[in-house]
Design a protein around this ligand. Structure first.
Ligand code: B12
Ligand code: SF4
Length: 368
């Protein structure tokens, strides 16, 4: 992630009517490019800034130093990119059509659970390319304009901005929720200096429901709307580079990359839609693979099979670490113990330590 982004913005002098027409066109072009919704927000994130400061002060970001490194540039878009006055926010469904139901992989403890968003092609690449295409259409129609596309690629508060742009509200699990689409979508943004007309936010519809808080396996949603990332399985399996805290390992179950529990149990997701993007279709049978088959991937296989996929983020060691924990949590089996033991000599100490934990846990569960 870049530390400072300096980009030249162009002051385009469109009339109010032209800006309004352009905003409608952006929505229509966005739909043609596969986005389910586009909204436009102003850049006032004052309330978000206070909440982010508190979140950081409580250390909830753990080792994600990129969350604090940029100071107020994260919550003040015009400090990140001079001249920014609007943010075009987009959402795209990612739930792959035809994938095995998530509940079946979660229920079978010999299978690996991979978060739905990571089963196919890396969403960063797909959304960024489409937002770039959208931006180019704006240039073709309206002339040079100042813009910069972000999909998790800079210090941007994507959820609060999308909420301001009317794409949904932040649920108690903190993800953006939409009445017609639940939360199974990813977000992307375009910062711009064009003073486009803004959209109105929608109201919060969580009511008294606490399903996401109650179901979270690690108690990571420490208060409504507040996630302690250090306890979140998504952080532990994707962002954390070193050792997973031992007390949390049993709660990971068979989740080897990310976690969807708070979304799976959210009642609004009965309105979710699957994605038409074939790029999001599961690769290599990841929607119902066994833990042992994935643990058998050597580094070259992992390199090849994770190319262009979000699965690369924790690295090969992180991948093995996560699988070792899940194998420790699996029903006792000699085959699992043999696979863990067979791997031990060829992996770095961090992974070895997780393998040793997994072997101990397997033995504890074995009938005497
Ligand atoms: C850091 C990060 C994480 C971290 C921290 C998660 C978190 N909740 O912050 C970890 C690694 C744990 C993570 C996990 C996941 N992530 Co993530 N993550 C991000 C990232 C890079 C930044 C998020 C951030 O700014 N966090 C800082 C906190 C302080 O901000 P916040 O969550 O908005 O917190 C707000 C609320 O707490 C609110 N608040 C506080 N008190 C109160 C009180 C009231 C009354 C109200 C209304 C609000 C409120 O104010 C805070 C500031 O706005 C964004 C991409 C981006 N650049 O924005 C993706 C992003 C949020 N992640 C995303 C996804 C999909 C996930 C996972 C579902 C992945 C998975 N399946 O494993 C999980 C979900 C876990 C969860 N319940 O949040 C998507 C969410 C899409 C959506 N529909 O909302 C994003 C937007 C990526 C993208 N481009 O699409 N993620
Ligand atoms: S993603 Fe999983 S661990 Fe993280 S907050 Fe949601 S339910 Fe909890």
């Amino acid at each position: 992630m870049p530390t400072v982004i300096a980009i030249k913005m162009h002051q385009n002098s469109l009339s109010a009517d032209e800006l309004s027409e352009l905003a409608s066109n952006i929505r229509a072009w966005g739909a043609e490019l596969g986005f389910q919704q586009i909204g436009i927000a102003d850049i006032d994130l004052a309330e978000t800034e206070l909440r982010l400061e508190e979140w950081l002060a409580r250390g909830f970001h753990g080792e994600m130093t990129y969350m604090s490194r940029h100071g107020t540039r994260r919550t003040r878009p015009s400090e990140l990119i001079q001249g920014t006055c609007r943010v075009i926010c987009a959402r795209m469904n990612h739930l792959p059509a035809g994938a095995h139901p998530p509940e079946s992989a979660l229920a079978d403890k010999n299978k690996a659970y991979v978060a739905r968003y990571a089963l196919g092609r890396d969403y960063h690449k797909l959304l960024r390319r489409r937002l770039q295409q959208l931006s180019e259409r704006v240039t073709a129609a309206a002339g040079e304009w100042g813009y910069r596309v972000f999909v998790d690629s800079g210090p941007v508060m994507e959820k609060p901005l999308a909420a301001k742009a009317g794409l949904g509200w932040q649920g108690k699990h903190s993800n953006l929720l939409n009445r017609e689409a639940g939360s199974w979508f990813m977000l992307g943004t375009i910062y711009t200096d064009l003073p486009l007309p803004v959209d109105a936010p929608v109201t919060n519809h969580c009511g008294s429901c606490t399903a996401c808080i109650d179901v979270c396996p690690t108690g990571a949603i420490v208060a409504p709307y507040v996630v302690d990332a250090r306890r979140c399985i998504s952080y532990l399996t994707i962002e954390l580079r070193g050792s997973i805290p031992e007390d949390l390992r049993p709660d990971l179950g068979n989740r080897v990359f990310g976690c969807d529990d708070c979304q799976l149990h959210c009642p609004w997701n009965k309105y979710a839609h699957t994605s038409d993007e074939t790029d999001f279709s599961p690769r290599h049978g990841l929607d119902s693979a066994t833990l042992l088959s994935l643990f058998a991937w050597d580094e070259a296989t992992w390199e090849k099979r994770t190319r262009g996929s979000a699965l690369r983020r924790p690295g090969y060691d992180g991948w093995l670490r996560n699988l070792a924990v899940a194998l420790g949590n699996a029903p006792p089996s000699q085959e699992i113990c043999a696979a863990l033991t067979g791997r031990r000599a060829s992996v770095p100490p961090m992974v070895q330590e997780h393998i040793d934990w997994a072997l101990r846990r397997q033995l504890e569960k074995s009938p005497a």
